[in-house]
Every structure is written in C-alpha cells, then in structure tokens.
Design a binder for this molecule. Structure first.
Ligand code: AMP
Length: 498
C-alpha cells in the first residue's frame, strides 16, 4: 500500500515524501482511513510503530478545510487537542506535527510544564489549530484564560495507558468537560487493559478498534538477552558489554533516580560519555541531554521509565535494563525504544538473584521464554572479591544495596511515585508546573549529602498521644511536633541510618 492510496492531500503527501516515508506502517494503513472518515478510534499500537503519524496525518486531512492564512487569532481556534503524559512525548509529537504541516497553513504548538508559561501564552493568544499539551499545564492555561477549548473537533489521548498510570485521569475529566460533546475522540495506547477500556467507554462513542500487534507483545525485531549477574557486579558487566559490543548509542534503564545518577557518575568516571535523564532534571537539561544523545556526543543515556516515555530516537541499536522493571508492562515500553520502524535492535537485561520474580512476570505478560545466560567471569553467587572491575569498597556497598538497604537510605522506586500520583493526583497535578518538593525527594537528596532528614522516629507511633503530639521530646529541652524536620549529621546516627 502507498500513502497515495490512503487519499491524503498533496500538501500532506509532499511533507511525508520529504521525510522519506515511502509506505504507510501497518497502524497507519489501518487507522488513517478510519480517522479520516470521522469515527472514534481506539488503537493499540506499540511505540515505534509510526502511531504519531497514524493520528496526525488524518487529523490534518480533516482540519485542512479550516486552514487560513489570516493573522486574526479568531480564525485560528484550537480544533485538535492532543494530550500526552510526558513533556518529552509532547515535544516529540509537536515536532512531528510541525513537520507534517509544513505545506498547510495550520498552526501547531506544544505546551507543557517545567518551563516558563509566557512564550506558551503568547503562542496561544496568536491562535493555534493543533495544540499538543500535558494535562497539568493545559489546565493552568485554561485557568488563566489563555486558551479556549470550545471549538475542539478532535481529541487525541496519546499513550493513554501511561496517563492512567500517572494519575492524570481527574485532569483529563476536567479537560473533557470543556470540550464540545460532539467531537471525534482517538485513544492510543501501547496496551489495552480493562481500565483503558473503561476509559474509552467514558470518553468515546462507538469506537472502532485497531490492534496492530498482540497486546503486550514485544517487537520481533528486537533480540532479547537476559544476563544473570550479582547486583554489585552489574556496573562492571555493563561497562564490559558497552565496550565489547561497541555500543555507540544505548539507553540504560534504572528503576530509581538515585541509581540513575550514581550509575551515570560511575560510568563517567570510567571515561564513558554518559548522562542521566529523569524527573528531577530541569526540562531544559533534559532536552539538552536528549539532543546530545541524538547527535552522538552522549553515548550512554541513563534513564528512568517516566523520563524515557516518548523518547523517539530512530534506529536505537541497544537498550539495557540495568534493573528489571517491577511492572512487566514497563519492560515492553522499555524495549520498544529499540527496533523502531522496522530497524533491528538488542535489548539486554541484567538480572540479579533478587529480581527473578520480575523476570517471571515479564515472561508471563509477553508470553515468551527469556532464558537467562551468564556472561563469562560474571557468574552470580561468587564471594565478593576485589577485582579490577569492582573495587572492594564499591562492590560491598552495591551488594548491601541489593539487600534492600535502599529504603533506609531514602531511595525510592519511581513507580511508587506514580502510585502516589494516582492516589493523590491533586498533589501531582501541579507536578509539571513547579519543582516538586515532596518529602521523598528531599530524602533522596539528603541521602546523597550523607545527611539524613528525620521526619519521625520509628517509635513515633508508640509515643504519639491522642492530640497528635509526642509525649516525650526527642531531644532534651526541645519539644518536637509532628512534621518537624531536623537534620542530623550522619556521623551522629546509628549505622543503619548511614
Ligand atoms: P512513533 O511510533 O510515532 O513514535 O514513530 C516512530 C518513528 O517512525 C518516528 O521517527 C517516525 O518519524 C517514523 N515513521 C513514522 N511513519 C513512518 C513511515 N511510514 N515510514 C518510515 N518511518 C516512519
């Protein structure tokens, strides 16, 4: 099939010709005619299948009748709203949409949190037909009356599974309430969970369904390898694999921001061009790192799941799971970063003995056998020996780390962050607007500074009286109240806090 057979206008055809798209991908071949006909559509397409063009191209086809060269903002109301869970994905979709509209006088703009609102406000005031937004920042603009959504004809929920996971559904409900009832709604999701189906029933009318790959399936073009290795030797094995396989571009996934930062520092110390990308980094720093990675200046991008969503790096040859994800769906998303748009890729997972249960869950979800292997010299279960790869001090520290001491040191799993978003969306809905200052993140940073912030003593529960105050002051002469925070030098703490 060719794009010409899909009946796209010459202006759109010209733009995609210039991008070198010769034929539609399967999701495009199936979704484009349906979206052009105006029906609601629920599409299960893995990342890397060309799903962005699958909704943007027909959306342009439908909006082309509104294209206007007029300078008047009134002639450019928002006609299509594309909601994405992360800033990176919003950026990616925005870039693609701008490329596809090159020959049409339709305006596109992208708004997300973590950056100054003023330039976004100026763009919105000028008028824009296609708006790509993260939910929190969009609601900020709605609150400031810089955007009207009452002319929206098409709503796209991109990576809806992740929006659900990140607790954005209350925001989405608020946004949908501002849209006309008669509209076309498109929902794209890597997986179709029962929750996603419920969401579709709430926001869509008789949607058509398109599935191009089996649910939760992994891309057949990706070679998947699992190495059994002790946690404290993972870094050494990773360095060896990077060098042995001559990895010029690799994303390494970690479960926590702290591990990502620490691993990055260690790789840098070894002379590897590594940078970390995660939710604590400023948006400008994230975009800079991404650009450096795309240009080849940075070879190893160490990322957490949330930050990595929406990264579109074409033909990425390698993905490494430095830690197995605790949610098997994240495995599918992670390895979807490689082998994109038909290119082949290698996904390597480093599995410590304590991670076997996650391995089993991945096998179950993806319905495939991933037989673990051992790299020469890295068989797990050996005594901690000093070696060139792993100096004794660090090796022992990493081994302790694997024994669950992370929690004590204030490190937390990024997934718990997402769970908290789901439970307390009101706290997180501002997450992409202002730097987050929650207690856990301070704990992360405090742990790094070797200073522990003590919110409450373990025995606090026992000591709390009905009025909510501890009956015994923690430090003689000073009465503590719940919520009081004190910094205690690591030197003064019992060993388990250090
Ligand atoms: P997506 O799944 O939307 O993130 O797209 C993955 C990558 O495939 C992007 O870099 C697109 O530019 C590219 N792409 C999308 N459609 C096509 C196509 N028909 N032919 C070649 N590349 C494509």
């Amino acid at each position: 099939m060719t794009f010409a057979e899909l009946g796209l206008s010459p202006e759109i055809q010209r733009a995609i010709d210039e991008l070198g798209y010769t034929e539609p991908t399967p999701i495009q071949a199936r979704a484009i005619p349906l979206v052009t006909s105006g029906t609601d559509l629920m599409a299960a397409a893995q990342t890397g299948t060309g799903k962005t063009a699958a909704f943007v191209l027909p959306l342009l086809e439908r909006l082309k009748k509104f294209a206007s060269a007029s300078a008047s903002p009134a002639m450019h109301p928002v006609r299509a709203l594309i909601l994405t869970p992360t800033r990176e994905l919003a950026d990616q979709v925005g870039e693609n949409a701008a490329r596809y509209t090159k020959y049409l006088p339709l305006r596109t703009t992208t708004v997300y949190g973590g950056v100054n609102m003023d330039p976004q406000t100026a763009e919105l005031r000028r008028g824009v037909e296609i708006l790509i937004a993260t939910p929190g920042r969009l609601l900020d603009h709605v609150g400031q009356k810089t955007v009207m959504l009452n002319k929206v004809d098409i709503l796209v929920l991109d990576e809806a599974d992740r929006m659900l996971d990140m607790g954005f559904i209350p925001d989405i409900r608020k946004i949908v309430a501002l849209l006309p009832k008669t509209r076309q709604t498109l929902l794209f999701s890597a997986t179709f969970s029962p929750e996603i189906k419920k969401l579709a029933a709430e926001f869509m009318r008789d949607p058509q369904t398109v599935e191009v790959a089996r649910q939760n399936s992994t891309n057949a073009d990706v070679e998947q390898l699992v190495y059994e290795v002790d946690a404290y030797r993972k870094r050494a094995l990773l360095s060896r694999l990077i060098r042995q396989r001559d990895m010029s571009q690799v994303i390494v996934f970690c479960n926590t921001k702290l591990t990502a930062d620490r691993l990055t520092r260690e790789l840098q110390r070894e002379g590897l061009a590594a940078e970390a990308i995660h939710g604590d980094k400023a948006q400008s720093a994230r975009l800079e790192t991404l650009a450096a990675f795309k240009s080849g200046e940075v070879k190893v991008l160490v990322a957490t799941d949330v930050a990595a969503r929406g990264l579109d790096i074409s033909e990425l040859p390698f993905v490494v799971n430095y830690e197995l994800p605790h949610s098997p769906e994240d495995y599918v998303h992670r390895i979807g970063r490689t082998g994109r748009a038909g290119a082949s890729g290698v996904a390597i997972s480093l599995m410590s003995p304590s991670e076997t249960k996650f391995h089993e869950q991945i096998e179950k979800l993806t319905r495939q056998k991933l037989t673990p292997q051992q790299a020469e010299g890295f068989a797990p279960g050996r005594a901690v020996e000093p070696s060139a790869d792993a100096p004794r001090g660090r090796a022992e520290r990493d081994a302790r780390h694997d024994k669950g001491e992370r929690a004590e040191r204030g490190e937390r799993h990024e997934r718990s962050d997402r769970h908290e978003r789901r439970d307390k969306p009101e706290r997180y809905e501002r997450a992409d607007r202002a730097p987050r200052g929650d207690r856990h993140e301070r704990a992360d940073k405090a742990a790094e500074r070797k200073v522990i912030r003590v919110d409450r003593y373990p025995q606090d529960n026992r000591l709390l009286e009905d009025d909510g105050r501890p009956d015994t002051p923690r430090i003689p002469g000073r009465r503590r109240r719940p919520g009081d925070k004190r910094e205690v030098s690591a030197l003064l703490l019992p060993p388990r806090y250090k």
